[in-house]
Structures are given as C-alpha cells and as structure tokens.
Design a protein around this ligand. Structure first.
Ligand SMILES: [Zn+2]
Length: 165
C-alpha cells in the first residue's frame, strides 16, 4: 500500500509513514495535506502522498548500518572500477584490510568479481584502477530510504521535496 512522505513544519523531509498513519495525523489536525495522487479514501478526502506537520519536531541523527545491501544501493549496484552492473557483485576494501584499511563507508565499494580479483591486495593507485565515485557515508538515513522509493518510480511527486539526491 502507498507510503506517505512526512515533511517537518519547515518543509524538510522527516520520515516515511503508512497512508493510515498519515490520515490519522490529518484527521487529528496535526498535519496538512501537501500532495495527493488523485485517489480518494472517501468522497472529499483525497489520499495524501506528502503531508506536512503543523509543529516543528527536532530529530536526532540516525546511523545507517554498514551492510552489503546498503553499500550496493549507495553504489547503484555498479562496479565502481569498470561500471559493470549485474548480479555477481562483491564488496571491495579500497585500501585492503591487510594494509590497514578498515570497515567504513569511505573504504568499501561495490566491485565486480573481475575487478576485485584483478585489484587483489593492492590500493587503487598501485593497481592503476580508479574509482568512478569517491565512496562516502550517506547523507542521512531518511534520504537513503527516500532514494530507494524514488528509484522504484512509485513516488515521483516526492522528488521536489528532496534536495541533493
Ligand atoms: Zn568491474
């Protein structure tokens, strides 16, 4: 069922919620409808796709777990050395573990099996294999989640509330 993007009173994206929860917030007067997709819950009540809270809430930063799935998503399921996209992707430590490279967003990238084997136990400079994008920590867990929804193509109307994706 459809998800709803919740904006803070400041119009910054806050979280993603279910349409049921969004409807409750609207009925209670805690939020206002910003976008809807033309579908109706009942007459005169369009189903929201974006709502905005009437009162500003402060949110703490939430860490994004460093998992294989999340790294593949950050790198768009693309080998960062040759641009290959496919199923048999691996994770590569840019600076190999044996050379002191750690498990960090900045040191792990998506690589195809061929590039991973070719690079072996070397740094990109030693192997003359250069990264298409410098790996970095995702901006925020919300932006990370929202980008997954945008990639699915289901929530194009969210795009204008998300800056920097
Ligand atoms: Zn490759």
């Amino acid at each position: 069922m459809a998800k709803v993007l919740v904006l803070n009173a400041s119009y910054e994206p806050l979280n993603i919620t279910s349409w049921r929860r969004a409807v409750v917030l609207l009925i209670k007067g805690k939020a206002e409808r910003v976008e809807h997709n033309g579908k109706h819950l009942y007459a005169d009540f369009p189903l929201p796709t974006v709502i905005r809270l009437r009162h500003y809430v402060r949110v703490p930063y939430k860490e994004i777990p460093l998992t294989r799935r999340n790294i593949l998503h950050r790198d768009s399921h693309t080998c960062q050395y040759c641009g290959y996209t496919g199923d048999d992707l691996t994770l590569d430590h840019v600076v190999p573990r044996s050379r002191g490279g750690g498990d960090a967003w900045e040191n792990i990238v998506t690589a195809c099996v061929r590039c991973n084997v070719k690079k072996g136990n070397r740094t990109p400079v030693e192997a003359h294999m250069y990264l298409h994008h410098l790996p970095r920590k995702p901006y925020s867990s919300l932006y990370f989640e929202v980008s997954k929804h945008l990639k699915s193509g289901l929530h194009d109307e969210w795009q204008k509330y998300i800056i920097g994706l």
